[in-house]
Design a protein around this ligand. Structure first.
Ligand code: NAD
Length: 475
């Protein structure tokens, strides 16, 4: 594996610990080597110390001998991505290690650095022939572009050197346990399979709330905003899993085909729909925290949204025409990612006493699923709401792999199920671009994001609900 950005935060916090666990689990063992590259003039030894430190920061119990053995597979190559000569040195080192560790000419190129470099790196990987004689796979981090046009340019650059089936675009939400549980819940239970349609489902709600503000990332965030940072990728992927038709089988190809089928019918909103169905917000300050526009590296007149809520729909698929509500924001009451699938009320024998059935899938911070249903109360003719719940035991919870570990494993075994394909990405950008374009017009007309009180549930969103009686299940 050649890791571009080997001295970076992502490598340290996520990739090195994930690789170590894959090593402990024997997924990789003797026949692998990792070349970390970055600008800094590190030595192999220094990288190995960094790797060991990263492992210690992530894992409590570490076998030191095993860690030393693991770290000995790491090599450092100081490298400036724009300097062609550096790729020649990198190629020599890669070939040498390939022979020493008998890696069969297989290469994984991992882009863990600023996306502005991805195009240049992939171009030089090809023109300096860094690819091996076995398989060659490219892992790319988000963000993949800042709009459809820039994503297309980036994709073209990458595709000049790698075919689509060699490209693994990471969305780490797709590595989360409960996100991976959506298809088994939907298609492994005839109960849900039969009622997962526009006849029975009233609406779907996806919440991705963060407790933190922008912290030290004001400069980056201000160019992105909640819509690009969270909706374009994580929220859209979760919605896709909730609304896609049943795939032909469980192969990655069939799953992506079903996703593409659905996404072709994603309704792209016009300006009117954006102003009616999408709300953007910006957090205010408290005595101890800054208002967003006072954060370091954020302009005082910034119109970047730290919160967005909206309604979208698909014109095809099992949930055609069903409102899908989504929201994400910073400085919300608590960190929480969850899905609520709300079923229709049918006023029957029990009238108003029977409450709406809701299937809740909690993704973060706890892995659990529960279904809200009515039953009788002990005395009298009333009904009460109960929850059927399935939750992981502490032991199971401890076994849940980190998203990165799972996804890197999938790259090793060439399983692209939980990565974003270009056709999906394109549709996500189309949606986001339409919203951004409408917001630009709103800005020109003097409109701004709504200010919201931090550590609550964000601004008032009642107007986005198709039925005024509806609201968020998670309040
Ligand atoms: P970082 O700034 O910590 O690391 C960047 C790395 O790139 C460093 O190793 C740096 O030395 C190297 N680099 C920069 N310019 C270079 C050049 N000209 N030549 C060679 N090397 C150069 O960034 P990060 O937080 O690790 O993020 C890396 C990527 O992962 C970004 O695309 C980011 O959006 C994405 N990402 C990061 C996280 C995270 O948790 N950190 C989460 C999701 C996605």
């Amino acid at each position: 594996m050649i890791l571009f950005g080997g001295s970076g935060d992502l490598a340290h916090r996520k990739i090195y610990p994930a690789l170590f666990n894959l090593y402990r689990r024997n997924v990789i063992h003797d026949n692998f080597a990792v070349i970390g590259t970055a600008r800094r003039p590190w030595s192999h030894e220094y990288l190995r110390e960094q790797v060991a430190q990263a492992v210690h920061e992530s894992w409590e119990e570490v076998d030191e001998a095993q860690l030393t053995e693991f770290a000995s597979h790491f090599y450092y190559q100081s490298h400036d991505v724009t300097n062609v000569e550096h790729y020649v040195t990198l190629k020599q080192l890669a070939q040498e290690l390939d022979e020493r560790y008998e890696c069969g000419g297989n290469r994984i190129f991992y882009m863990a650095m600023a996306p502005s470099f991805f195009g240049t790196i992939t171009e030089h990987i090809a023109d300096q022939h860094l690819t091996g004689t076995g398989f060659n796979r490219l892992v790319v981090e988000k963000p993949f572009g800042t709009d459809l046009a820039s994503a297309e340019v980036l994709n073209q650059q990458i595709r000049n050197s790698f075919a689509e089936d060699q490209v693994f675009r990471i969305d780490h939400y797709l590595g989360k346990e409960m996100v991976q549980n959506i298809l088994p819940l939907r298609f492994g239970n005839s109960l849900f399979k039969r009622i997962w349609n526009a006849d029975a489902v009233k609406n779907v709600q996806v919440t991705l709330a963060e407790r933190l503000g922008v912290e030290a990332r004001g400069g980056y965030y201000n160019n992105s905003g909640a819509l690009r940072d969270m909706v374009q990728n994580h929220i859209m992927q979760i919605i896709t899993l909730l609304a896609m038709p049943e795939p032909k089988d469980l192969s990655d190809k069939a799953i992506h085909a079903a996703k593409e089928d659905l996404l072709a019918s994603l309704v792209i909103p016009d300006e009117k729909a954006v102003s009616e169905n999408i709300i953007r917000g910006q957090y205010l300050g408290t005595e101890t925290t800054f208002e967003y526009v006072k954060e370091p590296n954020v302009a005082e007149d910034s119109k970047t949204e730290t919160y967005v809520a909206g309604r979208l729909e698909f014109s095809k698929g099992p949930l055609a025409g069903v409102p899908v509500y989504f929201r994400t924001g910073k400085e919300m009451r608590e960190k929480k990612t969850r899905v609520d699938v709300v079923f229709k009320d049918e006023a029957g024998l029990y009238g108003d006493k029977a409450k709406t059935n809701v299937l809740t899938i909690e993704i973060d911070p706890v892995n659990q699923v529960y279904f809200r249903l009515n039953g009788k109360i002990v005395a009298g003719g009333g009904l009460r709401l109960e929850r059927f719940r399935y939750r992981y035991s502490e032991d199971e919870q401890a076994e849940v792999p980190d998203g990165y570990e799972r996804l890197i494993h999938d790259v090793f075994v060439n399983d692209s199920t939980n990565f974003t394909k270009w056709e999906e990405l394109k549709q996500y950008w189309r949606f986001v671009d339409a919203v951004e374009a409408a917001w630009q017009k709103q800005n020109a007309a003097g409109e701004k994001p709504v200010k919201y009180r931090p550590y609550g549930m964000g601004p008032d969103t009642s107007k986005i609900f198709a039925d005024p009686e509806d609201g968020w299940i998670y309040k």
